[in-house]
Design a protein around this ligand. Structure first.
Ligand SMILES: Cc1cc2nc3c(=O)[nH]c(=O)nc-3n(C[C@H](O)[C@H](O)[C@H](O)COP(=O)(O)O)c2cc1C
Length: 233
């Protein structure tokens, strides 16, 4: 469905209107080849925390956000907003607020068990990525629908829907040749304030996007093998 041809408005209580769906079936060998290629490409994705300030092709970022917005969502309520922050002054404001919260977290708010879990990842309270990366995508969950005149309507499976959309966003960015990090400062109420979001929106994550810095390093992590994550019945 092309966004140019049909404008979405919230649906609620309308009748079921089916349309035919007949995508061409991909031959098995082509599916196998594509799946193997995709698996190899996705295995190359790493979370990047040291970014080059080099600009990125902005339309590629918008296209990745458009890919994320094709995600399935509870009752098709699409409970997400993506705020693309390029303005260096706003990125600096977000970094200052995030580092203030992160300092408290790393000084003990997280607790020993959480800090121990983070040690092999190598993170600390300094968040250079928030100002080095040329763009930040701040993802908000719409906890409920807020209509004109303050009308509210419940949204269903918001966490799951936004989580799936963010997974698709990270995949799209990676497959477009861009590096990203999903950063979840805790608490992150300051994001709605800095970005002047409406009362129904709650920050979900900040995703810096760019290219890895020349001296970028990542932790030497091992992923679970397929037989450790797959149970076939
Ligand atoms: C929900 C979620 C929250 C995360 N929050 C942070 C974060 O706040 N800061 C950070 O540096 N990395 C964060 N990460 C990134 C993980 O640390 C990273 O995905 C993990 O170490 C595996 O590394 P990889 O992405 O390179 O495979 C987060 C990842 C997820 C899925």
């Amino acid at each position: 469905m092309s966004p140019e041809t049909q404008q979405w408005t919230p649906t609620h209580g309308q009748p079921y209107r089916p349309v035919a769906y007949r995508p061409a079936r991909m031959p098995g060998p082509e599916s196998l080849a594509r799946a193997a290629e995709l698996r190899a490409r996705m295995d190359e994705r790493r979370t990047v925390r040291r970014f080059s300030p080099d600009p990125v092709p902005e339309q590629a970022v918008r296209d990745a956000i458009a890919c994320a917005a094709t995600a399935p969502s509870g009752a098709h309520q699409q409970p997400w907003t993506f705020v693309l922050v390029k303005d260096p002054a706003v990125r600096q404001q977000i970094r200052a607020a995030a580092e203030q919260e992160e300092q408290i977290s790393y000084d003990g708010r997280l607790g020993d068990e959480w800090l121990a879990a983070l040690r092999p990842i190598g993170t600390d309270a300094v968040k250079t990525h928030l100002t080095d990366a040329p763009a930040l995508i701040v993802v908000f969950q719409q906890r409920y629908w807020l209509g004109p005149n303050g009308t509210k309507r419940k949204h269903y499976y918001v966490d799951e829907s936004v989580g799936i959309a963010v997974g698709m966003l990270l995949s799209a960015l990676h497959l477009s040749g861009l590096a990203a990090l999903i950063h979840t400062p805790s608490p992150m109420r300051f994001l709605a304030h800095v970005l002047n979001r409406p009362e129904n929106e709650k920050a979900f994550a900040v995703i810096p996007v760019g290219y890895p810095a020349e001296d970028c390093e990542v932790p030497d992590l091992v992923r679970k093998s397929l037989d450790q994550v797959l149970v076939e019945v």
